[in-house]
Design a binder for this molecule. Structure first.
Ligand code: FES
Length: 147
């Protein structure tokens, strides 16, 4: 394990969720309020950040699903200031994921709380492997995600 990974592991924090939220896999992250703030076509998701105020601050996220693409997606405005996109399925039991603000990590909403870094690498928990990470391009106020 590299020094960087060791340092992250030492800083793993759990989101504050109650046992029922954990048992039923109720995640913190919501779908965007405005349905027309994003679209999916030809293997690409395009997000208009001006129409998605949920992502204004670092440590925030939205869930994107429907609109015909294969897997649900978690889109995070990271603590590092960059945008990160993941398949929104934990590799343990396919529960949804949330960012843990201030830690540069992503965490499963279920009891196991598997925790991953922004590269999708498992840091802690029972998950079977890394998260699927999608490439995000950012120009002006538009994100383009290849899925
Ligand atoms: S489903 Fe994620 S830790 Fe079990």
């Amino acid at each position: 394990m590299s020094t960087i990974k060791r340092d992250i592991k030492m800083s793993v924090q759990k989101l504050n969720r109650n046992i029922f939220q954990r048992l039923f896999g109720i995640c913190v992250t919501k779908k965007p309020a405005k349905k027309d703030g994003w679209k999916a076509e030809n293997g690409r998701i395009t997000v208009d950040l001006k129409a998605m105020p949920e992502l204004r601050n670092r440590g925030t996220a939205v869930r994107l699903d429907g609109k015909g693409f294969e897997a649900p997606l978690l889109l995070v405005h990271g603590d590092d200031g960059e945008f990160h996109a993941f398949e929104n399925r934990c590799t343990h039991g396919k529960r949804a994921l949330d960012p843990v603000p201030g830690t540069e990590t992503i965490q499963c909403c279920s009891v196991g709380t598997s925790t991953f870094d922004y590269d999708g690498i498992l840091i802690e928990g029972p998950a079977k492997g890394p998260l699927r990470v999608y490439k995000v391009e950012h120009a002006d106020d538009v994100l383009s995600i290849t899925v």
